[in-house]
Design a protein around this ligand. Structure first.
Ligand code: NAI
Length: 332
């Protein structure tokens, strides 16, 4: 039986990497009826909103979406579509596996970290006000419920994936109430998972440790802002944003998307690396019970990286289409 999945191609390189991913899934023989919806800057001009209701309705109905990046204006303009989508669908767990690929020079051999980032709270709650001219306030909102479900998710994930350690990354030495509560909840949840080693790290030390020796880390669980920053750092350790996938998971829906943004500097040139979205789609295949196809695509991708084929972000000259053609041949 086929699957009906919502596709949001997004802005910038989004449509290019989304089309590449669709082709690879089709070559692997996965039967998907795509419900394609636009969101973001392109649709805002025509529809007066960046996230038309039918996009949310489609994801709610299908329960699974594959999404390209969507641009967010800096400082002013519309609210981030990504944040709105995550909050509206309560996609509370952002899972980002950061693994090195063969032939892509990582900073350390065999890096394999998973960042589990809380996705709906923290400074991303969008609670900001100008107290008076010259004084702005952004509220960091952390709830016990939010801490509990993300810590539970991280330990369950670690257990399911046979991981050994979960490290809570925090700044509870300074933010004693918000991060203090996160840490307290983490310690309580850890007690229910005696086979998984719990560890704790202050966020600035975590950044340094990742750069010095990322292999000491296994699963990281952290709040929204720290997770955002650390996942780009982690991507840098394994070859950049072009290869790192992600998933936004909630109780009733899941949206799979790469860590990278719209890459305006290369959009429309046909040179984007589709690996990150393809790897996000592999996570999606596991989520919908198509693990055989997921494993086939992943193995083909690893085999392709053992060849000379590299897109520009990794120092090569292979175009998006050439890369996708070669991958399709290997999976079909
Ligand atoms: P970015 O990730 O778009 O680009 C950073 C650098 O990485 C650029 O040099 C770009 O060319 C390169 N890059 C990223 N993905 C690549 C790929 N697949 N292949 C080859 N090179 C790639 O980050 P930036 O410039 O900070 O953000 C641009 C826009 O994207 C902003 O409006 C931002 O809000 C949005 N954004 C959206 C995200 C989402 O929809 N989930 C996530 C991150 C940013």
């Amino acid at each position: 039986m086929g699957h009906t999945i919502t596709l949001i191609p997004g802005d910038g390189i989004g449509p290019e990497v989304a089309a590449a991913t669709q082709r690879v899934l089709a070559a692997a023989g996965v039967r998907i009826d795509w419900e394609t919806h636009d969101a973001g800057a392109a649709v805002a001009e025509k529809r007066g909103t960046t996230l038309p209701n039918e996009v949310l309705d489609s994801v709610r109905k299908n329960k699974v979406a594959l999404k390209g990046p969507i641009g967010t204006p800096i400082g002013k303009g519309f609210r981030s579509v990504n944040v709105t989508l995550r909050q509206a669908l309560d996609l509370y767990a952002n899972v980002r596996p950061v693994r090195s690929l063969p032939g892509v020079e990582p900073r350390f051999e065999g890096t394999d970290i998973v960042i589990v980032r809380e996705n709906t709270e923290d400074l991303y709650a969008g609670l900001e006000l100008m107290i008076m001219p010259g004084i702005a306030q952004s509220i960091k909102l952390i709830t016990e419920k939010g801490c509990l479900r993300i810590c539970e998710y991280a330990f369950l994930y670690a257990e399911r994936m046979s991981r050994k350690r979960v490290t809570a990354v925090h700044k509870a030495n300074i933010m004693k109430l918000s991060d203090g509560m996160f840490l307290e909840v983490f310690r309580k949840v850890a007690l229910s998972y005696p086979k998984i080693e719990p560890a704790e790290m202050i966020v600035d030390a975590a950044a340094m440790n990742m750069v010095r020796n990322a292999n000491r880390l296994d699963v990281i669980v952290t709040e929204n802002l720290y997770g955002d920053i650390l996942s780009d750092l982690a991507a840098g350790l394994v070859g950049g944003l072009g290869i790192v996938p992600g998933a936004n998971i909630g109780k009733d829906a899941a949206v799979f998307e790469a860590v990278h943004g719209t890459a305006p500097d290369i959009a429309g040139k046909g040179v984007a690396n589709p690996t990150a979205l393809i790897q996000s789609a592999v996570m999606m295949l596991h989520h919908i019970g198509e693990s055989t196809a997921g494993d086939r695509i992943e193995n083909a991708l690893i085999a392709l990286y053992r060849t000379e084929m590299r897109t520009g972000d990794l120092g090569g000259r292979t175009t998006t289409d050439e890369f996708t053609d070669a991958l399709c041949k290997r999976v079909s």
